[in-house]
Design a binder for this molecule. Structure first.
Ligand SMILES: [Zn+2]
Length: 264
């Protein structure tokens, strides 16, 4: 029974890699088709992170070697160290989208807490990486990240460098395609996070999307509020607890766009 879920976890990264490979295949003959493949790869990078790589943060295999191997594989296809994502996600669970959360959809301006700008949050996400050193030191003090995790993160950044230099050596077009998937993929990841944490006037821990079809193909990934309440449970073990106040109308990846247009 469980095997089915573990096989499902492989589907999203497999599609992410497949569409990137197709983009690289088409790049010299059909730029338009290559770009479509790039967008699909970026979309699946977001689902892979929010489902599969996320699972690896919360539930690691018992074998330390397998753990480390998966860390490196995820790092290579994510374009950033897996332990960077692990830090970011554990910080997210520690602060539940309050302003101390590095992925919070709110920000503190003077004495007040206000929503972060939609465009900056989703498309200028790289500006948020600036204070990383301080955030990591604080996370180590707080105990949800360790010196060893920090060392692993530095090792993984070498893998990211090797991937990009390797692609450049094979052909600049391949490195460019990977770069576009990287940028767009992390934008989609932010967009999905934004939908999970709509910055409404009343702070909510998280929002959930309860559509049956979506949750059946994305392994209950819509139940984000429930995940914040029970991070120790697999997504497939969570039970929906719908409440209108914290229910997304559309699925997370696009509900932020609906939310912004509904306010304007
Ligand atoms: Zn989580």
């Amino acid at each position: 029974m469980k095997t089915k879920y573990y096989l499902n976890l492989l589907v999203y990264p497999a599609l992410q890699i497949l569409f990137l490979a197709l983009a690289m295949y088409f790049v010299k003959t059909n730029w338009m088709l290559a770009l479509i493949m790039v967008v699909l790869s970026a979309i699946f990078m977001s689902f892979s992170l929010h489902i599969t790589y996320h699972h690896h943060v919360h539930f690691k295999p018992k074998s330390a070697r397998l753990q480390r191997l998966l860390d490196f594989v995820i790092t290579a296809i994510l374009g950033l160290p897996f332990h960077f994502y692990q830090f970011q996600h554990l910080n997210h669970h520690t602060y539940n989208n309050e302003v101390e959360d590095v992925t919070s959809t709110y920000q503190r301006i003077g004495e007040s807490t206000r929503p972060r700008g939609f465009f900056a949050y989703n498309f200028l996400w790289f500006l948020n990486l600036g204070n990383l050193k301080n955030h990591i030191s604080k996370a180590i003090q707080d105990g949800y990240f360790s010196e060893s995790d920090s060392r692993k993160m530095r090792q993984e950044s070498w893998v990211n460098l090797i991937v990009i230099v390797g692609l450049l050596l094979i052909g600049w077009q391949y490195a460019l395609l990977f770069g576009i998937v990287f940028y767009l993929g992390w934008s989609m990841i932010a967009l999905q996070n934004y939908g999970q944490h709509l910055p409404t006037s009343k702070h909510q821990i998280a929002f959930s999307y309860y559509g049956d079809f979506y949750n059946s193909i994305f392994m209950n990934n819509g139940l984000h509020y429930e995940h914040h309440l029970f991070p120790g449970q697999n997504y497939w073990e969570l039970k929906p607890t719908p409440e209108p106040d914290r229910t997304n109308k559309w699925f997370h990846l696009i509900d932020g766009i609906r939310y912004i247009f509904s306010k304007s």
